[in-house]
Write a new protein. Structure first.
Length: 255
């Protein structure tokens, strides 16, 4: 079995961009951990930061439990994720704790700083995690990883960059068979509907997620899909691990 770690910025991001893929992997027996960088402490118009953080941690834990995954919050704060040494050490220690062989994270280019900095930190933490002399300064530090894990980027919001230009995935995962589970996972994040209406102008985040999943699927000629890009930088692994775990019946090239 392959240990899988999915790290994104906020509660509900992983469910929107990779919930179906993680459901497929978990159903095949692969251990899955979902990490959010923050507890979503700014995502409210009615609660204090502490109150909404507590609510959203519970929601994220409930969503992960639906596929038998573990949930962890890295305890950064919304709009306060920075690409600095202390942050990189914190993310590196998370990798050393959960010891993934496959990491899924945010797109390097997206609409929000939290998403983009999460991507950068995870990329560099994957490189740092096997280096014995890279100290995380943790009170009880975990051992270095044996190797750099395979790294894949999820799609950005709506599959576009900040100018609205498409960012095409390397391939699309067919999530039609697990779409109901994906919806159930996202539905656990009940606290977000009012906030997304006020801040994003989104009346129903479930409808938005389905539109994006259908849009991604259309790019590959299927009904419902989630897109991924393998990080191609040296010396990260280039073997198609995610594609092999899912198989050709689920991994569809763009047409």
């Amino acid at each position: 079995m392959t240990r899988i770690l999915a790290i994104h910025a906020h509660p509900d991001d992983v469910e929107i961009f990779a919930g179906g893929t993680l459901a497929l992997l978990a159903a095949r027996g692969h251990p899955v951990t979902i990490v959010t960088m923050t507890p979503g402490d700014c995502g409210t118009t009615e609660h204090s930061a502490e109150e909404i953080a507590s609510i959203r941690r519970r929601e994220a834990g409930s969503a992960a439990a639906l596929i038998g995954a573990t949930y962890r919050c890295a305890e950064f704060r919304d709009l306060a994720i920075f690409n600095d040494h202390d942050s990189r050490r914190r993310v590196t220690e998370i990798l050393r704790e959960f010891r993934p062989e496959l990491v899924l994270t945010a797109s390097p280019v997206d609409y929000l700083c939290d998403h983009e900095i999460t991507s950068m930190l995870v990329r560099d933490a994957c490189f740092a995690a096997p280096a014995p002399n890279y100290s995380t300064a943790a009170l009880e530090p975990k051992a270095p990883l044996p190797a750099i894990p395979h790294l894949y980027f999820m799609d950005p919001a709506a599959g576009v960059d900040r100018e609205g230009h498409p960012i095409l995935p390397d391939f699309v995962v067919n999530v039609e068979s697990v779409f109901e589970i994906k919806k159930e996972m996202l539905a656990q994040h009940r606290s977000q509907r009012e906030w997304l209406m006020k801040q994003h102008g989104v009346d129903d985040y479930m409808v938005m997620m389905e539109e994006w999943t259908r849009q991604t699927g259309r790019r590959a000629g299927i009904a419902l899909g989630e897109g991924f890009r393998r990080y191609k930088g040296h010396p990260y692994p280039q073997s198609p691990l995610l594609e092999e775990l899912l198989g050709p019946e689920l991994v569809v090239p763009l047409r």
